[in-house]
Design a protein around this ligand. Structure first.
Ligand SMILES: [Zn+2]
Length: 368
């Protein structure tokens, strides 16, 4: 078989955006795409030459690449949520109410004097298997299996408000831990070890490579251009429109130019928030309002699972704005539960997406 591959840069441009008056200025943000194709002799077309297209994009902040290929070939798999509640699959769940008090840990007096933080159904406990100095697990609901449509406004708001309250508390106790973040695996395809809805909250000097790469690049962008990357990104995306989903209060929602997840990625930016102390209940409300819209889209497209993160930068900077990221997850099939991440992500650290960001944006706009 004679494979031919060519690669050309089809767009590497600094978009022009309108400022206050009629003046047009060029943005320092570069969107670079390598549009490529691969030609082979197709077995289902009498072994005649056939050309398949794919793209490699460069993240405008970090400079890391992501592949877009296999378009439309991966369909989200339906999950039988009822089966997760059956005794043989459910097994022992430490987060269920009948076990929670006995088997989950409590915070030390210095951190949370009452042992656990509670707000309605939301309950925050230390992780029995901590990943960091302060490693909180937030149990979001009383029920064990909670479908997306039942992760309602109250449950989301209570969970996020309580989690952010915990981060603010930790920041006051341990101001030497500079970075704060929330992470969230929902349902088994996301890698979550427990079906019972929960989030994790960290205060840490080691927030992970993605966080640190973004932090360094945001600072570099501000130093080089004098502009805040995140505010600039919102302006550029709003002006071009193809990845700008909408605005809710103080938050702007976009589909990311490079997706970390296989089914695309949605980014929510709070351009005026730089540390967790600045994140108010109003910001949580904006985040929840957007999430509910995304969950409607997920519900309509057979998406049952996701990963999400919320990043807060360190004190004394105005380059790294608070942002939330959510990527849908699925099994590739229900026959052998193949995960949707493989050597690309595990060994090449290269995301692959089958969903073009512009298509995802168009689909989501209907819900915003
Ligand atoms: Zn449970």
């Amino acid at each position: 078989m004679n494979d031919v591959q060519k690669s050309v840069i089809v767009s590497s441009f600094a978009p022009e955006i309108k400022t206050g008056g009629q003046r047009i200025m060029s943005s320092p943000i570069q969107f670079q795409t390598f549009e490529s194709e691969s030609t082979f002799l197709h077995p289902r077309k009498g072994f005649s030459p056939f050309t398949e297209r794919f793209e490699v994009r460069v993240d405008p902040l970090t400079g890391r690449t992501g592949h877009f290929s296999h378009f439309g070939a991966i369909k989200p798999q339906k999950l039988n949520l009822d089966s997760y509640a059956t005794p043989e699959i459910k097994g022992f769940c430490p987060f269920c109410l009948e076990n929670r008090d006995k088997v989950t840990p409590k915070f030390t007096d210095e951190v949370v004097a009452e042992g656990r933080l509670v707000r309605n159904e939301a309950c925050l406990i230390p992780n029995l298997f901590p990943y960091d100095i302060h490693s909180g697990v937030l149990i979001m609901t009383d029920p064990h299996v909670v479908p997306l449509q039942e992760l309602n406004e109250t449950r989301l708001f209570d969970s996020l408000v309580l989690g952010v309250q915990f981060l603010k508390k930790i920041k006051a106790i341990s101001p030497d831990l500079p970075y704060h973040l929330m992470t969230w695996n929902y349902m088994p395809p996301s890698g979550g070890g427990l079906v019972h809805p929960h989030q994790q909250y960290f205060a840490t000097p080691n927030p992970g490579n993605q966080f640190l790469d973004e932090l360094k690049a945001s600072e570099g962008f501000l130093n080089a251009s004098g502009a805040n990357y995140w505010s600039e990104l919102i302006e550029v995306e709003r002006a071009t429109g193809v990845r700008y989903i909408g605005q809710i209060g103080a938050s702007s929602w976009l589909s990311s130019f490079v997706s970390l997840g296989i089914l695309g990625e949605i980014l929510c930016v709070f351009p005026d928030v730089f540390t967790v102390d600045q994140f108010t209940d109003g910001h949580v409300g904006d985040l929840v309002a957007g999430l509910l819209k995304i969950f409607k889209y997920y519900g309509a497209t057979d998406i049952y699972s996701f990963n999400a993160s919320l990043f807060f930068g360190p004190e004394g900077q105005r380059s790294f704005a608070c942002h939330f990221r959510i990527t849908a997850r699925t099994f590739l099939n229900m026959r052998d539960y193949a995960p949707d991440l493989n050597f690309f992500q595990a060994l090449l650290c290269e995301p692959v997406s089958v969903m073009m960001p512009e298509k995802l944006c168009m689909a989501l706009k209907e819900y915003f």
